[in-house]
Design a protein around this ligand. Structure first.
Ligand code: C2E
Ligand code: MG
Ligand code: MG
Ligand code: MG
Length: 299
């Protein structure tokens, strides 16, 4: 065990920083191991995608799904994308991993569309390096052609902070992608510092309101006010609003009252494998969560 080995190696040192340095080193060591294993993970088939449904609050049904990358490491088991995506980004490995994600998500989404016989949009997260990769548009085009997924059924999610890093360059890339007919969304909206005048110039279809606001919507007036302002702002520039991280019924009701278009969160479903998602779509078993005229008979 790496921790123990590191601990024993430091045993001779002074008591006071023995633990501290052991922890530091084992964290660095684990990161090194992960970076090395990231290289092999693709060929070893250790990656897979889970899908979290997105529900339309008007229609009361699943209209989209976000593809979320999972790594089942041979030794460490499941590793969170929050832990390994930054490493893959730093080392540039994100480019080949991102290509795999795009191809897999489009292929699986197309299969789900055909098997459930419904329209289904799939959202794929892009990292900074991927978004700035000049080969991205051509690759997206190739994947769409190979999988038969319609361009408008693919949504690319880019975080607000990535877009704000270099606004002019972002505008250029977004327009290039938009020209291909794909759908574009700003992820984690509200956590960056976008200026409203820039927002207007991005050819985006959807804003995803960050979970940190949604979490406080029923308890903090300020957060509820921010969400309502974001919804009104989004609608005024012609984009749809998706709330992320909806965990409670009260949050959903508040969002519904304020004309939020779509919701995603543990209240409806955690990220799940394609088979489970297809079962949910077929039975629309999330339907019963809805406080919606079509679901309840009356409101
Ligand atoms: P994100 O794109 O903002 O994805 C939403 C995250 O929130 C997911 O975490 C999801 O499981 C989680 N979530 C959804 N609903 C709830 C809820 O009700 N409560 C709580 N507590 N959490 C909720 P996950 O899957 O761990 O992904 C974390 C982040 O990793 C993603 O944030 C995204 O930035 C990144 N990521 C995941 N897959 C990919 C990928 O294929 N490529 C890139 N570049 N990044 C990815
Ligand atoms: Mg996302
Ligand atoms: Mg997000
Ligand atoms: Mg996030």
């Amino acid at each position: 065990n790496a921790d123990t080995a590191m601990y024993q190696a430091k045993e001779s040192g002074r008591n006071t920083y023995r633990f501290y340095s052991s922890e530091m080193n084992s964290k660095a060591l684990k990161q090194l191991l992960l970076v090395n294993d990231l290289r092999k993970a693709l060929v070893r088939g250790e990656f897979y995608l889970d899908y979290q449904p997105q529900l339309d609050l008007y229609e009361g049904r699943i209209t989209g799904t976000e593809a979320l990358l999972r790594w089942n490491h041979a030794v460490f088991g499941k590793i969170s994308p929050a832990e390994f995506i930054p490493l893959a980004e730093e080392t540039g490995q994100i480019l080949s991993i991102g290509q795999w994600v795009l191809a897999k998500a489009c292929q699986q989404a197309r299969e789900m569309q055909l098997r459930c016989n419904i329209p289904l949009r799939v959202s794929v997260n892009l990292s900074t390096k991927q978004f700035q990769d000049p080969n991205l548009p051509a690759y997206v085009q190739e994947v769409l052609a190979n999988t038969g997924l319609a361009a408008e059924d693919l949504e690319l999610e880019i975080t607000e902070s990535i877009l704000m890093e270099n606004v002019e360059k972002a505008q250029q890339i977004l327009h290039q992608l938009k020209a291909m007919g794909v759908t574009l969304a700003i992820d984690d909206f509200g956590t960056g510092y976008s200026s409203l005048s820039y927002l207007r110039t991005f050819p985006i279809d959807r804003l995803k309101i960050d979970r940190s606001f949604v979490q406080r919507i029923t308890t903090h007036h300020n957060d509820a006010a921010i969400i309502n302002a974001i919804i009104a702002l989004g609608h005024s520039i012609g984009v749809k609003l998706v709330a992320e991280g909806v965990e409670q019924k009260g949050e959903m009701i508040s969002l519904q009252e304020n004309q939020c278009d779509e919701v995603q969160g543990f209240y409806f479903s955690k990220p799940i494998d394609p088979e489970t998602l297809m079962d949910k779509i077929s039975s629309q078993s999330v339907f019963c969560f809805f406080n919606h005229p079509a679901a309840d008979g009356a409101k």
